[in-house]
Write a protein that binds this ligand. Structure first.
Ligand code: ZN
Length: 390
């Protein structure tokens, strides 16, 4: 049995970024952190969602994070002792060393938590400022043109919390002025859809921003001026763990909840139901912002049946068993809900999406709640699905 100090001592000898690269990650520096493709899930199109901050990693697609030992376990599927072995094994420590390491660890942990909380508050304030400058959506207004282009014209209308803004800057990387001072670099400005992210108590915890083309016919095409790489047209400011966006519906005694990853997917379903005359007053539509948030954290990863990771071994993705540790933020389902429909869209790998939905079903299972899973790609498919269902 290893002591916490021995584990700490072992991890202090590991360079997490090079370990992640050995395990198949492709990383680049972004400010103070390293980010890139995830050695566990690959990250697919969202290959910027794996990040290393000091001795911790986090992946927004996996919805998970941890230290070097947990990374090895998640990537290879091995157990704790095998992961410790791979890092070179623990060394015996004297009692003095033990005490010293434990003290340093405690101090660092307290400092890390304080720093994290400071950063979180700063991000929420920044998100709040952007949101406050937004304007309520008008029916038939500019934002509705974006949804019309996605086969959602004449839909039931979006929740009043969603706003539009004409000119939102998109920051990426940094610029250095002649004195050597660094500041965030604006690579794009334009109209955007602003969607507030709330926690289970209804507190504003983040802002989801979707940049749109000037004619609102789709998402903006934003290019990194240095690399020519196409950047994601969406960003989240704040911490979205356990948060959701109310796309449509009221919080008052909802009966049926449709929950999917993207705002567009969820609104497609609302529109399809509306057109079929099957939208009910107690219907609620939520976006979980990320796939990880949709199913919550998994207890462990499972091997993908066909995909190979960057080093040739089967790729591992978050499995179907939820981690129900209450300390990990996760979306909770209102008590009045009688039917929950978990929606999978076509944006991510189907196996990854299916396991995420299965994990959600296991997470939310309770008496008196019917849970269904629906996979679709865009509004038309959901229309078909709804026509075909009783
Ligand atoms: Zn991942």
């Amino acid at each position: 049995m290893l002591s916490p100090a021995q584990i700490e001592d072992l991890k202090a000898r590991v360079d997490l970024a090079s370990l992640a690269e050995q395990l198949g990650a492709k990383l680049r520096r972004s400010g103070r952190h390293m980010m890139g493709s995830c050695p566990i899930c690959g990250g697919g199109k969202r290959a910027t969602r794996f990040e290393i901050k000091g001795s911790q990693w986090v992946c927004a697609v996996c919805g998970d994070g941890g230290d070097a030992i947990k990374l090895i376990q998640a990537v290879t599927g091995c157990d704790f002792p095998a992961a410790v072995d791979r890092l070179g094994g623990a060394r015996p420590l004297t009692r003095e060393e033990e005490a010293k390491i434990a003290a340093v660890r405690q101090r660092r942990e307290a400092a890390r938590q304080a720093e994290q909380e400071r950063y979180r508050q700063k991000e929420i304030e920044a998100a709040r400022l952007i949101y406050d400058r937004g304007r309520a959506l008008q029916s038939g207004g500019a934002i509705s043109r974006y949804f019309a282009a996605r086969n959602c014209d004449g839909g039931p209308g979006l929740a009043p919390g969603l706003r539009g803004a004409a000119d939102v800057p998109y920051f990426h990387g940094e610029t250095v002025d002649h004195t050597g001072r660094k500041s965030p670099r604006v690579v794009h400005r334009g109209p955007a859809l602003l969607s507030p992210v709330h926690d289970n108590d209804g507190a504003f915890i983040a802002l989801h921003i979707t940049w749109l083309k000037p004619d609102f016919s789709g998402k903006a095409e934003i290019v990194d001026p240095e690399t020519g790489e196409l950047l994601p047209a969406k960003k989240v400011r704040g911490s979205m763990g356990g948060g959701h966006i109310v796309v449509l519906g009221s919080r008052e005694t909802p009966r049926r909840l449709f929950k999917g990853e993207g705002i567009e997917t969820v609104y497609s379903v609302a529109t399809a139901l509306y057109r079929l005359g099957r939208l009910r007053p107690g219907d609620l539509f939520w976006s979980s912002v990320s796939l990880g948030n949709l199913g919550g954290r998994a207890i462990c990863t499972v091997a993908h049946p066909t995909l190979k990771g960057p080093t040739g071994r089967p790729q591992r993705i978050p499995g179907p068993v939820p981690d129900l540790n209450p300390a990990i933020p996760s979306i909770s389902i209102p008590a009045s809900i009688e039917q929950l429909v978990l929606l999978g869209d076509g944006d991510s790998d189907p196996f990854l999406t299916t396991k995420t939905l299965e994990r959600g079903r296991a997470r939310y299972a309770r008496d008196g709640l019917r849970i269904g899973i629906a996979m679709a790609e865009g509004g038309r498919d959901f229309n078909d699905m709804l026509e075909g269902s009783a």
